[in-house]
Design a protein around this ligand. Structure first.
Ligand SMILES: Nc1ncnc2c1ncn2[C@@H]1O[C@H](COP(=O)(O)OP(=O)(O)OP(=O)(O)O)[C@@H](O)[C@H]1O
Length: 881
C-alpha cells in the first residue's frame, strides 16, 4: 500500500460515539495482532507442518510442526489461504494492519464496504497474477500456482478465455482499484494524485541536493588551494553511496554566499514584548509636535505673498497649537514584566492541541502586543495551512480562550499566527502616538493616530490618502474613542484656518465635547433631518471649490493652496536667472544695467503683490462668475470667505457666485451613526455620501462615517464601493464582519479598542489596539482651542430658512420641494420594479411625459441611474434595497 494512501483516512461517516468508544482501541490492537500472526504464519509456512489428514499434507509429512511460527493453526490457515488465493493472501494481513492503524489513530469504524473491498482486492489480485502469468510456478508451497485456486479459475479459466490477456488485465486492474477505494476510502484519483505529489517532492529534493553539490563543487574550484574545510557528513555519505570519489577534505566553502534552493533552517523562536508604552521621558530631548508644526505654519504664512492671507488665517494668525502636556500618560504604563514561561506554556498547549489532530508544527516566535499575543507556529512541509485555520474552535478549547483568531499564514511570513487575548491589557495612550516620529515628521498630509499593532508599530493613517474612512463595530467596542483620537490628532496638528470639521452626531452625546471648537464649519448637527442639509452643503462646497480650481487653473486642493507660493517662487527664480545671465554676458559694463533691470523686475513683482494687497484691502476677494444681473447687494454683509456677518439670518448665497479665497482649509466631515441617518432619507443620504466620496478628495474634503449597525441596508454597496479604507471593531458575527471588511475576522476581536484596519489600497487588515484618549484630555484640548477664538460658521443649518436652496425652495441642483416629493415616489417605483424608464414612471405614477422625463433627468444628474440607451430601461447605478 502506498505511503500516500496509507496517510489517507477512510471517509466513513463517524459519529461522536464511535469516535469516543473505548472499543476502538481494543479493536485496533486486535486487528494488528491478528495481522501480525497471519503474516508470520504465511511467511513461515511449510507444507511439512500440515497434519496428515489435510489434503495439502505431503507424503513425507511427520505431522510435527517444526517450521511455522504460529504452530499448527498457523500452518493450517496459511496453507489453505495460499492454496485458495495464492500470494494474494498477503493482502489480508496488510489490510488488517491498515484497519488496526485506522482504529487506533483515527478511531474510524471499519465498515462492511471496507471488508468487501478487501475481498475484491484479493480475488482480482489473484486473478491478475494468473492473467499476467506472474509467480505461476506450482510447487508444494502453492500447489495451484502463485494465483491460487481463485486466481486460476477466475483469471485463467474464465476471464483470460473470454476477454484475452489485455481485456482481462484492464478489467481486473479496474476492479482492483475499486477494491482499494473501498478499503482506503480514498478516491483512486486522489490516491494517484498523492502518489504523484510524493514523486514530485522526491524529485525536487534530489534536484536540490544536486544543486547543492554543484555549488559546492563550483566553490571548491574557485577557492584558493590550501584552505580546507570538512565536507558535511550527510553529503559525504551521499557521495560515497553514489560511488563517487571523496577525499577527506575539500577546499573551503563560505556558507554565506551559498544559495540553498529549498531547505533552510528557520531562525530560533523569539519572545518579543511590544506591549509596553515607551517611557514618556524617552522623548524629552526631541522637538515637540506643536513647535514643529507651528514653525512650519509660520514659514508658510511668511512665504505667502504680501497681503494675500485669507480672513480665517488673519483671524487665527497667532493661533497656538495645543501642547502635548495637555495629554496624559496613563498611570499603569509600568506593569509587571511578561511571564515568558506562561507564554511558552500556552504555545506548548497549542502545538499539543494541533498534534492531537494529526497536525505537526514547530513552535515559532511569540509576540505580545498591547491587547493580544500572537503565537506563531511553522507547519511541516506539505501541510495545508487551511487545516490549522479550521481548528479555531478546538484550539480555543485547548487554551481556554474566549475568542481566538488564526492568521493562516501571517502575511509575508511562512508561519501561521494564532492570536489570543492577553489576560492583562495595556493601554495605548494617544500621546505616545502623537509624539511618534512618524506623526511629527512623517510625510502624511492629514495624519491621524489610530493605534499600535501587535509588533508595537504605530499605526498612523493619512486621511488625505484614505481619502474617506468607514468605522464600524458593535456598541461599546471602541468606535467613539477611535473617532475622538482622530479628531484630537487633527486638532493637535491643524489650526482652525487650516482644517475645519463638520460633525453630524444623531446620537447627540458623542460630539458635544466639540460644540465650541473653533475648527467647526457648521454647528454640530444632531437632528437627523438637518444632517441631509449639512451633507448637501458639503456637496455644494465641493462643487464651489471645483469651480474655483477651474477658474484659477489648478488641478486640485494642494495645487490651489500652493499657487501663490509657487508663483512667487517662479517669479524669484526667473528674476535670479535673468540677473545671472546679465552678469555673465557683460560683467563690468552691464552691471549698472542689470541693477536697473532687477529694480524694474522687483518693482513689477512688488506691484503685482501690491495690487493684490490693494484688492484685498479695498474689497473682499470675491469673483462673481455670471452673477445674475450683476447684483452685489447681498455681498455687502459677507466677508472675504463669503461668511454672513449680519445680525439677521443669512440670505442664501446666489447661484453662480464664486468667492475665491487665498487658501482653502481641509474639510473633515464626521458622521457618527450612519444608521440613524439612513432611517430618515436613505436614498438622499446615500446619494449625498456617494457624491462626496466620489469627488471630494481633490477638493480637500474627507468623510469619516461611523456606525454600530453593520448591516447591508446601512453600509450599502454604493457607500462601501466609495469608502475603501475601513476600521472594524468587534462585531457579533462573521456576517457583520463581511459587511464591513468583505471578509471575516472582526467577530474574533476582543473589544475595547481591538480593531482591524484596512489601509488605503485594500491590503490585508492590520490588527491593532486603538489609541485611548480620555474625556478629560479632550476637554483640556478643546478649552485650549476655544480660548483662542470662536467658530466662524459659514451658514446656519436651519431647514426652515432654506439656506441650502434658493428662495423658491429649490436645492442645489434646482429641484423644488414639490419635485423632491415626486422624486421620492419615483425612487420607490424604481426600487420595486428594479428598472427605470420614463414610460414606467408615467404609467405607475400617472405623470405626464414632460414631468416623468424631468424626473428621469434629475435622477441621472444625481448619479442614481445611467444615461439613456434608446428604448432600453436606464441602468440603476445605486443599490436601492
Ligand atoms: N482604545 C481603547 N483602549 C482602551 N479602552 C478602550 C479603547 N476604546 C474603547 N475602550 C473602552 O471601551 C469603552 C467603550 O468605548 P466606546 O464608547 O468608544 O464604544 P462605542 O463603540 O463608541 O460604543 P457606542 O456605539 O455604544 O457609543 C470605553 O469607555 C473604554 O473603556
Amino acid at each position: 500500500m502506498s505511503r500516500a494512501a496509507s496517510a489517507a483516512r477512510p471517509p466513513r461517516a463517524r459519529s461522536t460515539d464511535e469516535k469516543e468508544s473505548p472499543w476502538n482501541d481494543a479493536f485496533g490492537i486486535g486487528f494488528l495482532m491478528m495481522a501480525v500472526m497471519l503474516l508470520l504464519a504465511l511467511v513461515s509456512y511449510d507444507p511439512q507442518d500440515m497434519p496428515s489428514w489435510s489434503f495439502l499434507a505431503l507424503s513425507e509429512s511427520t505431522g510435527e510442526v517444526t517450521h511455522n511460527f504460529v504452530g499448527r493453526v498457523g500452518a493450517l490457515v496459511a496453507g489453505h489461504m495460499l492454496w485458495l488465493m495464492g500470494y494474494a493472501a498477503y493482502l489480508l494481513p496488510c489490510s488488517m494492519m491498515w484497519f488496526g492503524v485506522c482504529k487506533l489513530h483515527s478511531k474510524i469504524k471499519v465498515t462492511r464496504a471496507a471488508w468487501l473491498g478487501v475481498a475484491i482486492m484479493i480475488i482480482s489480485g489473484a486473478a491478475l497474477l494468473e492473467v499476467q502469468n506472474l509467480l505461476s510456478e506450482r510447487d508444494h508451497f502453492t500447489p495451484l500456482g502463485g494465483s491460487g485456486g481463485l486466481g486460476f479459475v477466475i483469471g485463467g479459466s474464465l476471464l483470460k478465455n473470454l476477454l484475452g490477456k489485455v481485456g482481462a488485465t484492464l478489467l481486473l486492474g479496474t476492479v482492483y482499484m475499486g477494491g482499494l477505494f473501498l478499503v482506503t476510502g480514498q478516491h483512486p484519483l486522489t490516491v494517484m494524485h498523492n502518489i504523484r505529489l510524493e514523486i514530485t517532492r522526491w524529485k525536487a529534493e534530489r534536484e536540490a541536493q544536486r544543486l547543492i553539490e554543484e555549488k559546492l563543487a563550483e566553490e571548491a574550484a574557485n577557492t584558493v588551494p590550501g584552505t580546507v574545510t570538512p565536507v558535511p557528513e550527510g553529503l559525504r555519505r551521499k557521495k560515497k553511496d553514489k560511488g563517487g570519489e571523496l577525499r577527506g577534505d575539500t577546499p573551503a566553502v563560505t556558507a554565506t554566499n551559498m544559495e540553498l534552493p529549498l531547505k533552510f533552517d528557520p531562525p530560533p523562536p523569539k519572545i518579543i514584548d511590544s506591549s509596553i508604552s515607551r517611557a514618556h521621558d524617552d522623548r524629552s530631548d526631541k522637538p515637540k509636535l506643536a513647535e514643529v508644526w507651528e514653525q512650519k505654519r509660520a514659514q508658510k504664512i511668511e512665504q505667502a505673498p504680501h497681503g494675500s492671507l485669507g480672513n480665517l488665517t488673519k483671524l487665527f494668525k497667532d493661533y497656538k497649537l495645543p501642547s502635548m502636556e495637555l495629554l496624559k500618560w496613563p498611570e499603569d504604563t509600568k506593569r509587571a514584566p511578561t511571564d515568558k514561561n506562561e507564554l511558552l506554556g500556552i504555545q506548548a498547549t497549542i502545538v499539543k492541541a494541533l498534534a492531537s489532530f494529526g497536525i505537526s508544527v514547530e513552535p515559532g516566535d511569540i509576540t505580545r502586543g498591547p491587547a493580544i499575543t500572537r503565537y506563531e507556529v511553522r507547519p511541516v512541509d506539505g501541510l495545508r495551512v487551511s487545516r490549522i485555520a479550521n481548528l479555531d474552535a478546538d484550539i480555543a478549547r485547548a487554551t481556554r480562550a474566549e475568542r481566538i483568531n488564526i492568521l493562516a499564514p501571517i502575511p509575508g511570513k511562512d508561519t501561521v499566527g494564532i492570536e489570543l487575548a492577553n489576560s492583562e491589557k495595556t493601554i495605548v495612550p494617544l500621546r505616545e502616538l502623537l509624539e511618534d516620529e512618524v506623526f511629527v515628521n512623517g510625510k502624511s498630509k492629514l495624519p491621524v493616530a489610530l493605534g499600535k499593532d501587535v509588533y508595537g508599530k504605530t499605526i498612523i493613517g493619512d486621511l488625505a490618502a484614505m481619502p474617506h474612512l468607514l468605522v464600524a463595530g458593535a456598541t461599546g467596542s471602541g468606535k467613539s474613542v477611535c473617532i475622538n483620537s482622530i479628531v484630537t490628532s487633527l486638532i493637535c496638528r491643524f489650526a482652525p484656518d487650516e482644517l475645519r470639521f463638520i460633525m453630524i452626531d444623531p446620537k447627540v452625546v458623542e460630539m458635544q465635547n466639540y460644540e465650541e471648537l473653533p475648527h467647526l464649519a457648521l454647528p454640530v448637527v444632531t437632528d437627523p433631518k438637518k444632517a441631509l442639509l449639512a451633507l448637501r452643503w458639503v456637496v455644494k462646497e465641493m462643487e464651489n471649490r471645483y469651480q474655483i480650481f477651474a477658474q484659477e487653473g489648478c488641478r486640485n486642493f494642494e495645487a490651489f493652496n500652493n499657487r501663490n507660493i509657487k508663483r512667487k517662487a517662479e517669479a524669484d527664480a526667473a528674476r535670479a536667472a535673468r540677473n545671472a545671465a546679465a552678469a555673465t554676458v557683460a560683467p563690468a559694463a552691464a552691471a549698472t544695467k542689470t541693477k536697473m533691470k532687477a529694480g524694474v523686475d522687483d518693482a513689477r513683482v512688488s506691484a503685482e503683490f501690491a495690487k493684490e494687497a490693494a484688492e484685498e484691502n479695498t474689497e473682499p476677494k470675491t469673483a462673481e462668475v455670471g452673477t445674475v444681473d450683476g447684483e452685489t447687494e447681498n455681498n455687502e454683509l459677507r466677508d472675504a470667505s463669503g461668511t454672513w456677518l449680519g445680525d439677521s439670518q443669512a440670505p442664501p448665497p446666489r447661484r453662480q457666485e464664486v468667492v475665491i479665497p487665498d487658501t482653502m482649509p481641509y474639510i473633515v466631515v464626521i458622521v457618527d451613526e450612519l444608521a440613524d441617518l439612513m432611517q430618515t432619507a436613505p436614498a438622499d443620504i446615500e446619494v449625498a455620501i456617494a457624491r462626496i466620496t466620489q469627488m471630494a478628495r481633490a477638493a480637500g474634503i474627507h468623510l469619516i462615517v461611523a456606525t454600530q449597525t453593520p448591516r447591508a441596508d446601512v453600509i450599502t454597496g454604493v457607500i462601501k464601493a466609495n469608502i475603501p479604507t475601513r476600521i472594524a471593531f468587534q462585531v457579533s458575527s462573521a456576517l457583520d464582519s463581511r459587511v464591513i471588511l468583505d471578509r471575516k475576522g472582526a467577530e474574533n476581536l476582543v473589544g475595547k479598542g481591538d480593531m482591524l484596519y484596512v489601509p488605503p489600497g485594500g491590503a490585508q487588515p492590520v490588527r491593532s489596539q486603538g489609541a485611548l484618549v480620555t474625556d478629560d484630555e479632550i476637554h483640556a484640548l478643546v478649552e485650549h482651542c476655544v480660548a483662542q477664538g470662536k467658530p466662524v460658521f459659514d451658514v446656519k443649518v436651519d431647514d426652515e430658512s432654506g439656506e441650502f436652496g434658493d428662495e423658491d425652495g429649490e436645492d442645489e441642483d434646482g429641484v423644488s420641494s414639490e419635485e423632491q416629493e415626486c422624486l421620492e415616489k419615483c425612487l420607490e417605483v424604481i426600487r420595486q420594479e428594479k428598472k427605470a424608464s420614463t414610460s414606467l414612471l408615467q404609467r405607475r405614477l400617472r405623470l405626464g411625459y414632460g414631468k416623468a422625463a424631468r424626473m428621469i433627468d434629475i435622477l441621472e444628474d444625481r448619479g442614481i441611474i445611467g444615461p439613456g440607451e434608446g428604448a432600453k430601461p436606464r441602468e440603476i447605478l445605486v443599490q436601492m434595497d
